[in-house]
Design a protein around this ligand. Structure first.
Ligand code: UDX
Length: 441
């Protein structure tokens, strides 16, 4: 099949590259000339395991190309994916300007029948707006070219995006047109048919929000349990095992921590809340999920103040892990940023380390004083009064604790992801604070 993909962010690049890998001819379009230039040299502008190889292989095989011209990108295509960003608007709703601008351009340039698929996370009802925008442009051109609009939300996780695309739990297709359904089913014929769920467009659009809201709810719920565990002297990690073993609950997404971040959960929970409000319903659970997460992002800072007292000016803290989660360079809405801002705001200094997100961190923190970026994780803790683990990259999981003790000014660890054993930490002579775990006894 000939496919075009508009927007080369995570979703677009992974979709385009993987579909090319299944033998389709794919052209990816992006307005960013520098990005397109890089991609045409097989360079991926962000870190995503496995993606660069797939892009190189398929580009070399002539199945994958990149261009800035949407007109060129959709020429000859029978399916066109819209995968541009839907950032939060100031009020928290999803900003559809990029999606609708692309829809208008599709209408302005398409020459052959086309299935237009929204893959970006878009509010319920967006497919109708996309359809109207394309139709308007076609009418303005005075041409009649058949097209349909479908929804096919993406559930990929950063850091596991390629394997999520290749082996998803399910693919959701929303369309009211049987021929479109067949076309998209054919595209996903590399999956067992029971994994492809077809439904109406609005349910498909809503599925994406409901899935992310559910996952965010599980995390905030667990973070709330962690708070209560601390108060009553229980260990949330034991509680997690205790409840996760119930098959109705499961182990996934119940790890407490210093808050969720990323490009999806925060934005999508806000957008869904906004959609509900617009329809006259004030969602109480979604509001609580957001509130708990916001306060959870400050939890390490509060533990630091409790340990060192309110005046931490002049103290130095090392931070391990800056990306919003391991295996990505993405720092969008990362808990590390909240902690760094809290610490700098209180007059402390920070020494930062991350295996992949240092460039992004430099960009975000440009011009801030009191910030030192350190390429070596042990060098980062040199002279620090405290070490905060914010993102559980593998390199931090079994560190040389002896060395940590030697390098640090005082051996205090704030573990925002419950990576270490409290008993072991005490045995090694650390003062150790985790999330929802007793730090005494
Ligand atoms: C998420 C969804 O998983 C994916 O299906 C959707 O398409 C996009 O949003 P992603 O943002 O890449 O993917 O990250 P994910 O791995 O889901 O983690 C999100 C955040 O939740 C991270 O900050 C992570 O640290 C946090 N998290 C996750 C927890 O705090 N506890 C958990 O148990 C799981």
């Amino acid at each position: 099949m000939r496919i075009s993909v508009i927007g080369t962010g995570y979703v677009g690049l992974v979709t385009g590259a993987c579909l090319a890998g299944f033998g389709n001819r794919v052209v990816c379009v992006d307005v960013d000339q520098e990005k397109v230039r890089m991609l045409n040299q097989d360079r991926v502008p962000f870190y995503e395991p496995g993606l660069e190889d797939i892009i190189r292989n398929n580009r070399t095989a002539g199945r994958l190309g990149f261009t800035c011209s949407l007109e060129e990108g959709i020429r000859g295509a029978s399916v066109c994916f819209i995968t541009v960003g839907t950032p939060s608007d100031v009020d928290g709703s999803a900003d559809l300007q990029y999606v609708l601008a692309v829809a208008r351009q599709i209408g302005a340039h398409m020459e052959e029948p086309l299935v237009v698929v929204t893959k970006s996370t878009v509010p319920v009802g967006t497919a109708d707006k996309v359809r109207a925008a394309i139709r308007e442009e076609l009418e303005a051109r005075g041409v009649q070219i058949p097209f349909t609009v479908a929804s096919n939300p993406e559930f990929l996780r950063e850091g596991a995006a390629v394997s999520d695309f290749m082996c998803p739990d399910r693919v959701v297709i929303g369309t009211d047109d049987p021929a479109t359904e067949e076309t998209l089913k054919e595209l996903y014929s590399f999956l067992p048919p029971e994994k492809v769920l077809c439904m109406d467009i609005r349910s498909s659009e809503m599925t994406k929000y409901a899935a992310n809201a559910m996952l965010a709810t599980k995390i905030s719920f667990m973070n709330e349990m962690a708070r209560i565990c601390e108060l009553v002297g229980a260990d949330v990690e034991k509680v997690r095992l205790g409840i996760g073993s119930d098959s109705r609950i499961g182990y996934a997404f119940i790890s407490p921590g210093c808050g969720y971040g990323g490009s999806c959960f925060p934005k999508d929970v806000r957008a869904l809340r906004h959609t509900a409000l617009r329809h006259g319903y004030s969602p109480r659970i979604l509001q609580a999920v957001e509130d708990v997460n916001e306060s959870q992002k400050h939890v390490i800072f509060q533990k630091i103040l409790r340990h060192f007292g309110q005046d931490i000016s002049g103290l130095t803290f090392a931070i391990w892990g800056l990306s919003f989660k391991p295996n990505t360079s993405d720092m969008r809405e990362a808990s590390s940023v909240t902690l760094i801002q809290d610490l700098l705001g209180a007059g402390a200094r920070v020494r930062l380390h991350d295996p992949k997100a240092m460039d992004e961190a430099r960009h975000i923190l440009e011009g801030r004083s009191g910030v030192t970026f350190v390429e070596d994780q042990y060098e980062a803790i040199k002279g620090a009064q405290g070490l905060a683990l914010v993102t559980e990259w593998d390199v931090y999981k079994q560190p040389d604790f002896q060395r940590i003790r030697e390098e640090m000014e005082s051996p205090v660890i704030f573990d925002g992801r419950n990576q270490y054993s409290p008993q072991e930490m005490r045995r090694l002579g650390f003062t150790y604070y985790a999330i929802g775990r007793p730090n005494k006894g």
